[in-house]
Design a protein. Structure first.
Length: 433
């Protein structure tokens, strides 16, 4: 019975490990957290007892039932959270890696101490090491969540899992085959030093990963903001030129009216017609800068792409009803709209259809939700696999769509990209709160 209780407490270490997996991605759960967390806790306790019972009665090797459980836990993790699979895989492997430190510690303690007292000390060391890592994650949780939400370079996530995997494998290889080996010379001290170095390396790696990703993100945001300020400055310049022109026209109108009055009184109709024609042309040449909505950032980037499309012989119609203050930042808004319109203009230019037109609609709903939709013509084949489009600038789609998905997912929104035989459609909904 003592062994059964020991096995149960040994497997129950899965509970903090489960929380370490779940907490960084909790906001992306397909199950409400109020349901998920209690259910997960209860399920973990039940499975820990089942694993302990199987080990106690049937399988002496603790790794066999644990390996089976981990496979099912991984599948549950993948299906429960709406996050890219490589991010989930990295989190899962990282937790396995940090828990391996506690596991290796128990083997070392077992090799060094007398059997009569080792059970309690093994559990204390294993739980102590694991809870230290749990505490670190809890203190670092905001930054981990930021990494999941904002680091969207797929190549990074496809390879960084190798670091915790190597650490976990090294810890497993360091498990002593013969306890007597640990008691030789300074082997025990060497084990402790290596473990501390591994743990310190992984903590430093995680901190550096965050700082590098944050620096890259801040640089990209600064570049977007600089571009946006440039567009807004251009709009301001156009507005100033318009005000100066209209001021001059108002000033010249007095003299034009007096001249017209004199020409009319003298019956010089041809000269009067020419005067009015010239004045009308000067008014037509002075057009007001475009206004699309109250949101300055969206207004500026829309004006840029409308003019860009016009230069390429494409009509871009924008129907915007967007409030000054919306659910996301100007940077994220311009990333979404800029990527969508850039793809739309590129695709429409390649299509080269007569009267080619892009329709851009954006609307702020009464509850604060922001709806964005763009439709554009395209030509050629669109490469799609599993709902994802290949990145190809020539085709006009695929570029930036994954970036859009990441921003939308971060803001608990929805996006859909689809196409028929003639047009490509982008639909995005960003929810308030």
């Amino acid at each position: 019975m003592v062994n059964l209780i020991f096995y149960f407490l040994d497997y129950l270490i899965i509970l903090p490990a489960a929380f370490m997996c779940v907490l960084p991605v909790l906001s992306h759960s397909r199950i409400k957290p109020a349901i998920l967390l209690p259910s997960m806790s209860a399920g973990t306790v039940i499975f820990s007892f089942m694993l302990a019972f199987v080990r106690y009665k049937l399988v002496p090797n603790p790794n066999i039932p644990l390996a089976v459980f981990l496979v099912f836990a991984l599948l549950f993790f993948f299906f429960t959270f709406d996050v890219k699979i490589f991010k989930l895989w990295y989190i899962f492997i990282s937790v396995v890696s940090v828990m391996s430190f506690g596991g290796l510690s128990t083997f070392i303690i077992d090799a060094m101490l007398d059997h009569s007292i080792e059970l309690i000390i093994e559990l204390a060391v294993k739980w102590g090491v694991s809870l230290l890592f749990f505490l670190f994650e809890f203190l670092y949780l905001t930054k981990l969540r930021w990494l999941v939400d904002n680091e969207n370079i797929s190549t990074v996530w496809r390879f960084i899992w190798l670091i915790p995997m190597i650490i976990a494998a090294a810890n497993m290889l360091m498990i002593p085959e013969n306890n007597a080996n640990v008691r030789v010379g300074k082997v025990f001290q060497l084990y402790i030093i290596i473990e501390i170095l591994f743990a310190a390396f992984y903590v430093i790696f995680l901190i550096m990963l965050y700082r590098i990703a944050k620096a890259i993100n801040d640089k990209a945001e600064s570049e977007h903001n600089a571009q946006l300020l440039g567009l807004q400055a251009a709009q301001y310049d156009n507005l100033k030129k318009y005000l100066d022109s209209t001021s001059r026209l108002r000033h010249d109108f007095v003299y034009m009216a007096k001249t017209a009055q004199t020409l009319a009184a003298n019956g010089e109709t041809e000269q009067l017609r020419q005067l009015l024609s010239d004045y009308g042309s000067s008014i037509d040449a002075t057009s007001a800068p475009a206004f699309y909505c109250d949101n300055k950032a969206l207004n500026a980037i829309t004006d840029y792409y409308v003019n860009d499309a016009r230069r390429k012989g494409i009509k871009l119609t924008a129907k915007l009803n967007v409030a000054r203050d919306i659910v996301i930042s100007d940077y994220e808004l311009c990333s979404i709209v800029g990527n969508v319109l850039d793809n739309a203009v590129a695709a429409a230019e390649k299509a080269a259809e007569p009267n080619s037109e892009i329709l851009f609609v954006a609307d702020t709903k009464k509850n604060g939700d922001l709806y964005i939709a763009v439709s554009n013509p395209y030509s050629g084949e669109i490469k799609e696999k599993g709902g994802k489009f290949s990145s190809t600038k020539a085709g006009g789609h695929g570029i930036g769509l994954e970036s859009i998905r990441a921003i939308v997912q971060k803001n608990n929104g929805y996006c859909n990209f689809r196409y028929d035989k003639k047009k490509f459609y982008s639909e995005i909904m960003l929810r308030q709160g």
